[in-house]
Design a protein. Structure first.
Length: 149
């Protein structure tokens, strides 16, 4: 394989500060830069959501694309993004934070080799956080076993 994953996903928001706070609070993300993309250009915030993965967030005056929400598979070429949790304990912590913020109902789906949790960010963009399933086909034993009950 000649690639090592996604570098970034670009999104449009009406409130960059709110989106930054959400990703910092829920995932421990960091802000790499925040300002004009180029002189006179839109505000662009680079939010690090992984060791080599960013959200490039654009806040563009008058652009209302962030207000348009459609059901899954009706969103055009980019439907949603999936974030990767480092391990099951981190996944459980993320799930707890997302539930406390009202961003998810907490339902975890077992996709065999991966566990999945869908959530909506403050702009109502549907996203997903996934983690490797330590015991595909079995309820994992340990701190996150309650995820299935």
């Amino acid at each position: 394989m000649l690639t090592s994953g996604l570098d970034h996903v670009a999104v449009i928001t009406n409130d960059s500060d709110r989106l930054q706070s959400f990703y910092i609070d829920m995932f421990g993300a960091t802000v790499e830069s925040d300002g004009e993309e180029f002189p006179g250009g839109p505000r662009m915030t680079v939010i690090n959501i992984g060791p080599a993965t960013e959200l490039n967030v654009f806040e563009i005056d008058g652009n209302q694309q962030a207000d348009h929400q459609t059901p899954m598979f009706g969103r055009g070429r980019l439907d949603h993004i999936g974030l990767h949790a480092a391990n099951l304990d981190d996944f459980d912590q993320i799930r707890t934070r997302l539930m406390a913020s009202g961003a998810t109902d907490g339902i975890v789906t077992d996709f065999g080799r991966k566990l999945s949790l869908f959530f909506r960010d403050p702009d109502q963009m549907e996203c997903e956080v996934l983690v490797a399933n330590p015991e595909p086909g079995r309820v994992p034993i340990g701190s996150a076993s309650h995820l299935y009950q």
